[in-house]
Design a protein around this ligand. Structure first.
Ligand code: NDP
Length: 236
């Protein structure tokens, strides 16, 4: 039987985050999402927060914990791209992506660790990307932010692993969301050719791996990077 947990998903108003929140709700957990706009799925609590702002994260935690109890599971999903070639990439293109994708995850994990340490239980899942391991032309900022999440999860594992807390990374390949809808038809066809599975994934295919990692059956998995990429990264 699944133990019902209190779960927070950042960026849960659309795309992969929405789907992850939906799957946790379906499995009977108490689910909150943070969103800058819009709403999480039916059955979840939506709270406004921007991951680039530690004070707004703190306020979101206070609001969620008052409504649903201590947060036991955190999914750091919020992320952005600002793709361009290195020669054209401004310092702001670089730092804004790091600030959201990597520092944003740090802020959320740090805030969550307080309650997790007290409870001596926690499940942390960071949403990285196949390009964090593989590299990607035009994504020096994004790819660096996504590799950074691996060091973060592994160091959290070493620091907090003895306190019942696990931290893992999920590295999706190409998933059908607004983020990949920005790619041209020609780019999408090109990418499809390089994916052994020959297709993009649905957000649900990522969500079910994330909920499994946060569940009882994955209690002894920590510091791992789980690819959900149709073979694109060949297990990296
Ligand atoms: P979307 O662009 O569809 O959604 C991004 C989500 O992040 C939105 O909910 C957005 O909120 C939120 N977000 C962005 N910036 C902030 C911020 N500063 N504070 C709070 N929330 C923020 O992306 P996907 O669903 O495709 O991606 C989700 C995650 O998965 C990202 O980390 C992405 O890098 C990763 N990923 C996606 C892949 C794909 O193929 N789609 C592949 C590999 C990884 P708002 O609606 O308010 O903008």
């Amino acid at each position: 039987m699944t133990i019902a947990r209190t779960v927070l998903v950042t960026g849960g108003n659309r795309g992969i985050g929405f789907s992850i929140a939906e799957e946790f709700v379906r499995q009977g957990h108490r689910v909150a999402v943070t969103a800058r706009s819009g709403q999480g799925p039916e059955g979840s609590l939506t709270v406004r927060a921007d991951v680039t702002d530690a004070a707004s994260i703190d306020a979101a935690f206070i609001e969620i914990e008052a409504a649903l109890g201590p947060i036991e599971v955190v999914i750091a999903n919020a992320g952005i791209t600002r793709d361009t070639l290195l020669m054209r990439m401004t310092e702001d293109d670089f730092t804004s992506v790091i600030d959201t994708n990597l520092s944003g995850a740090f802020r959320v994990v740090k805030r969550a660790s307080k309650g997790m340490l007290k409870a001596r239980f926690g499940r942390i899942v960071l949403i990285s990307s196949v390009v964090g391991l593989y590299g990607s032309a035009g994504q020096v900022n994004y790819s660096a932010s996504k590799s950074g999440l691996i060091g973060l999860a592994r160091s959290v594992t070493r620091e907090l692993g003895a306190r019942g807390i696990t931290a893992n990374v999920v590295a999706p390949g190409f998933i059908e969301t607004d983020m990949t809808a920005q790619l041209s038809e020609a780019q999408q066809a090109d990418y499809r050719k390089s994916i052994p599975a020959g297709r993009f994934a649905t957000p649900g295919e990522v969500a079910r791996v994330v909920t499994w990692l946060a569940g009882e059956d994955a209690a002894y998995i920590s510091g791992a990077v789980i690819p959900v990429d149709g073979g694109l990264g060949m297990g990296h």
